[in-house]
Design a protein around this ligand. Structure first.
Ligand SMILES: Nc1ncnc2c1ncn2[C@@H]1O[C@H](COP(=O)(O)OP(=O)(O)OP(=O)(O)O)[C@@H](O)[C@H]1O
Ligand SMILES: [Mg+2]
Length: 520
């Protein structure tokens, strides 16, 4: 087919050359109105003879000649295809990409692509002209564009489906290749001035993956299914009329893998992470502005939500404030102090608005994650389903979770003698995955895996003994408390008995006086 196009081009070339010659003659000898007619019919003729359609995608677009997003996306799509098919490639170093060296087809190179049995040709074109004009912006002397060529009988399928397919694929390759970013919010005092930003970012390179996360396989699979459903849920969310976002609440004791899970989710979803430090956000308005500046395909994280904000006390405090308001109004110093204390802050309602208020829908494909060590401390409104759609408990290390850590740290799948002991001990005592991992880590390059497993057993035995001692002490304390309570009760009863006796005695005395008319 490529031959056909080449032949057609050369035939067309000679036809055009003849036409140009005739046209030059016409230009010389014939009046302009005749020339117009001639041109119109020659165009018709070439269109009839040449059955191919070309679509050009220019590299630079707009007044300032910025690089066109569409061009970049198509180039990414073609780079993925061309590195295997094109013969002349060019190599470029691309910023913010996981594979910084990107190969794409060289200028004036051509590749063939196929879509639903239809063949198309892509050419990377480069032209230059020698104008000497001066401009602040890139000059239009050098032009790069991609040309898509296809037979006119496939116009419908190419313009409706193929180009969309190229754009979708290109975008997805771009998002897979891009380097993830970790953002942290700047305190608002740094928001103003030259080149100041609300979020600072750095490259996100955490190695945590779901494969290395220690937890029960069924629980892990459930989370993975949920994430996958969310990622592919664009149409679903649009259909049910819900903003495309999802909230996760991760709760559990320190060292059970909440932060590790966030990194694993970011890597799995290929999303940027916005680590929101609430304590540096001055008020609800600032919170809203930060939200607006986050991008789609991202995770917004608020760690230790119970410590970031007095979410439980907020409502009670407000009520108390209303009650006390009149008194404070009388005392100007107290009032000023109170105002300073109450200097607008992020409130529970501000945070609820952040999660599912009208502004929260300004981006799409976003996950919000809260972590806490004390789930019971949180206001139920904050974590109700629909806001925090999925509550995930990160618990102490189970035997299944230990097996993942043993594989990660020691490359051991099983051990006939030591694994059963560890399984029994993990059932009898609570140890966090962080502590288990620490014990499994070889302390020197010569330490073998058996020794590491024995270290863990030793630590588990110590932890078990400590647990038993604590439990024993708790029982003893409880017994001592009960005993003290009993003694106190007996003492009270004794005192009451004495009082009753005294009263009785007094009554007897009074009655004696009344009967005999004398006091004995
Ligand atoms: N479930 C887990 N799977 C794999 N590694 C884990 C897991 N839990 C903890 N770890 C290891 O322990 C370290 C501490 O875990 P992590 O910071 O994720 O705990 P956390 O639950 O966020 O604790 P905190 O409540 O104190 O923030 C991690 O760097 C990781 O190496
Ligand atoms: Mg953490």
């Amino acid at each position: 087919m490529k031959m056909e196009i080449g032949e057609l081009w050369s035939q067309l070339g000679s036809i055009m050359a003849s036409i140009m010659f005739v046209y030059a003659m016409f230009d010389k000898f014939f009046p302009p109105n005749l020339r117009v007619y001639f041109l119109k019919y020659t165009n018709k003729f070439t269109n009839y003879m040449y059955p191919y359609i070309h679509i050009k995608f220019h590299e630079l677009s707009g007044e300032r000649l910025k690089q066109s997003e569409t061009y970049k996306i198509i180039q990414t799509y073609l780079s993925d295809n061309s590195s295997q098919r094109a013969r002349r490639l060019k190599a470029e170093v691309v910023k913010d990409s996981q594979n910084p060296l990107v190969l794409s087809m060289d200028d004036n190179e051509e590749i063939i692509d196929e879509f639903n049995g239809v063949k198309v040709w892509w050419t990377a074109n480069y032209t230059t002209s020698k104008s000497q004009s001066f401009s602040y912006y890139p000059t239009s002397d050098e032009k790069r564009f991609l040309t898509l060529t296809f037979h006119k009988k496939h116009r419908e399928v190419i313009t409706t489906s193929y180009i969309q397919h190229v754009l979708d694929e290109g975008k997805s390759i771009m998002s897979k290749n891009r380097q993830l970013k970790l953002y942290t919010n700047n305190p608002s005092s740094n928001w103003w001035g030259y080149r100041s930003k609300k979020w600072n970012h750095t490259t996100f390179e955490h190695p945590a993956r779901f494969g290395t996360l220690a937890m029960e396989p069924e629980k892990k699979q459930e989370i993975l299914n949920d994430l996958l459903k969310f990622k592919k849920g664009k149409e679903y969310y649009a259909k049910v009329g819900k903003a495309w976002k999802r909230g996760y609440l991760l709760y559990g004791p320190p060292g059970t893998g909440k932060s590790t899970m966030i990194s694993a989710i970011a890597n799995y979803m290929n999303y940027d992470v916005y680590d929101l430090e609430l304590t540096t956000v001055k008020d609800n308005n600032e919170l809203k502005r930060l939200l607006i500046e986050t991008s789609s395909k991202s995770i917004i994280v608020i760690e230790d939500i119970d410590c970031s904000l007095d979410l439980t006390g907020q409502r009670k405090k407000k009520k108390k404030k209303d009650d006390d308001e009149n008194d404070e109004m009388k005392d100007p110093i107290k009032k000023a102090e109170e105002e300073e204390k109450n200097e607008s802050k992020v409130t529970l309602s501000g945070l609820l608005n952040f999660i599912d208020g009208i502004w929260s829908a300004c981006g799409s494909e976003r996950i919000i994650i809260f972590t806490t060590n004390f789930v019971d401390k949180l206001d139920p409104a904050l974590i109700r389903r629909g806001r925090m759609d999925k509550h995930i408990e990160m618990s102490y290390c189970s035997y299944q979770a230990f097996k993942v850590l043993a594989r990660n740290y020691l490359d051991v799948e099983t051990h006939d003698d030591l694994f059963p002991i560890i399984e029994k001990l993990l059932g009898e005592t609570n140890m966090t995955p962080a502590d288990v991992a620490e014990n499994l880590m070889p302390k020197s390059i010569t330490e073998d895996f058996e020794s590491c497993l024995k270290n863990l057993i030793q630590s588990l035995e110590i932890a078990k003994k400590k647990d038993e001692e604590e439990a024993k002490k708790k029982i003893e304390d409880e017994e001592a408390k009960l005993k003290a309570q009993k003694e106190k009760q007996e003492l009270i009863q004794e005192e009451e008995k004495v009082k009753v006796d005294e009263k009785l005695e007094e009554k007897v005395k009074e009655n004696g006086v009344k009967e005999n008319g004398v006091i004995h």
